[in-house]
Design a protein around this ligand. Structure first.
Ligand SMILES: [Zn+2]
Length: 116
């Protein structure tokens, strides 16, 4: 990225982007991905500002140590992903951050909810 833009300028501008826009920026190419992978503070600021702008009752928790800032932001703000259950093709999923899963309703009921 250094060949095309001053990284300090990119970082200054990027810190004002919303999480979804940061994700779009990060996935442009490998260079932007690697750049934003290192910019943890930008992701934190973006999520915090989003919470404040949208008057969320509570702040989003900090990024868990086993996820990158990009993975964490993508789970919360990214486009719907395929269901985490192998062989399921549904993309109408709900994120279960604690379990690091995205599940469709059918798989949630059939696989993870125990009958009483
Ligand atoms: Zn499923």
């Amino acid at each position: 990225m250094e060949r095309f833009m001053n990284v300090d300028v990119v970082a200054q501008v990027a810190q004002w982007l919303e999480p979804r826009d940061l994700l779009r920026f990060a996935v442009i190419n490998k260079t932007t991905w690697n750049f934003f992978l290192r910019m943890k503070a930008i992701w934190r600021k973006s999520r915090k500002d989003f919470s404040l702008r949208n008057q969320m009752v509570c702040q989003l928790p900090e990024c868990p140590p086993d996820l990158t800032e990009i993975q964490y932001t993508s789970m919360i703000f990214g486009p719907p992903s395929k269901c985490s259950v192998k062989l399921c093709r549904s993309d109408k999923t709900t994120v279960f951050l604690e379990a690091r899963l995205q599940l469709c309703n059918e798989c949630l009921v059939n696989t993870y909810e125990q009958p009483l």
